[in-house]
Write a protein that binds this ligand. Structure first.
Ligand code: NDP
Length: 298
């Protein structure tokens, strides 16, 4: 048995960032516009701060403007909503990302719904969720969109393939299923109440794991030759006492049976930020009614 291909998320992400950087140059040089991304973080969680800074760094690298809003943990819901109102009205800001989760005293859904749907580069606003479900022109959540791009890079067509998505969150599982449906896959969404999960997974030509449980999907659950997209990011302590990241799939077992697998780290993760930049560029073009000849996304 030959080993599975490793799907290189870093290479896919670098290629997408290059494409976005080229389009941003075109916007600047021919349309005198610079896409702007505002990222809002409430609280002082160090991991979230690193994540937000890396989003802003990547935005700057591709030639965008980036606006960081670090707010204290005791920020009131009213203060946050007032900031969002200002960003909605700011013509220099084309994309708004609110880093989740928010502190408990803030109603997360209310905040998501306060973002202008045209600037909702995370694709979480009900308007974008509805547009994705009904085949409209949505801004689509970054992680599932990144997964889909990598899948299209691996397969000539997704038409008619059996796809199983394990996980039904609004952020990953449900939009992933919608995207696969749009590509004419036959889609099953599995979750914690699914009976015979192993049997359901074994039917999948495309298996997407978004569970949040380390190495949960075993090799014997995978159909020979399947493409396995591992969205999970879990921090575990190895036998040597060192912390490391693992996915939701047992990578070593998957490599023995699958056709292709995304590693963790270096798989789906890097694509998420690259798609965020793509979404910001798309949002900028749509808000300014600019069409770029070489760009199929707008
Ligand atoms: P959630 O916790 O919101 O959702 C997890 C899903 O997994 C739920 O639908 C849950 O089912 C399901 N689940 C939990 N236990 C089982 C089980 N035993 N059997 C079957 N299904 C189960 O997580 P997210 O969707 O937000 O994230 C999933 C993973 O992806 C996490 O590891 C997260 O860190 C990672 N992630 C990675 C990103 C990236 O950039 N690569 C971005 C976003 C997330 P139920 O609904 O029934 O409870």
């Amino acid at each position: 048995m030959t080993e599975a291909r490793i799907i290189d998320g870093n290479a896919n992400a670098a290629e997408l960032r290059d494409t976005v950087a080229g389009l941003v140059r075109e916007l600047r040089d021919f349309h005198h516009m610079v896409p702007g991304l505002a990222v809002v973080l409430v609280g002082d969680d160090p991991a979230s701060q690193v994540y937000v800074r890396s989003k802003n760094k990547r935005a700057t690298e591709v030639g965008m403007r980036s606006f960081e809003h670090f707010l204290p943990a005791d920020t009131t819901e009213h203060q946050l909503l007032t900031l969002i109102e200002g960003l909605n009205d700011d013509p220099a800001v084309h994309g708004i990302l609110i880093q989740l989760p928010l502190p408990r005293h803030i109603d997360q859904q209310k905040v998501i719904e306060a973002v202008d749907p045209e600037k909702d580069v995370d694709g979480f606003h009900p308007m974008n969720v509805g547009r994705l479900a009904t085949g409209g022109r949505a801004l689509v959540p970054c992680t599932p969109e990144g997964c889909l791009m990598m899948l299209k890079d691996q397969l000539v067509t997704l038409d008619g393939l059996d796809a199983v998505v394990v996980g039904r969150s609004n952020i990953v599982g449900k939009p992933m299923a919608q995207l696969l449906l749009r590509e004419n896959c036959t889609v099953t969404i599995a979750h914690s109440r699914t009976t015979d999960l192993a049997g359901v997974c074994r039917r999948a030509d495309i298996l997407v794991a978004a569970v949040g449980r380390p190495e949960f999907i075993r090799g014997e659950w995978i159909k020979p030759g399947a493409i396995v997209m591992d969205v999970g990011i879990n921090r575990v302590t190895g036998p040597d006492g060192k912390k490391r990241l693992v996915g939701d799939v047992n990578f070593a077992e998957a490599m023995e049976i699958a056709g292709a697998v995304t590693p963790v780290p270096g798989g789906v993760g890097p694509m998420t930020i690259a798609v965020l930049l793509r979404n910001t560029m798309v949002a900028c073009c749509r808000q300014s009614r600019v069409k770029l000849a070489r760009c199929e996304w707008i």
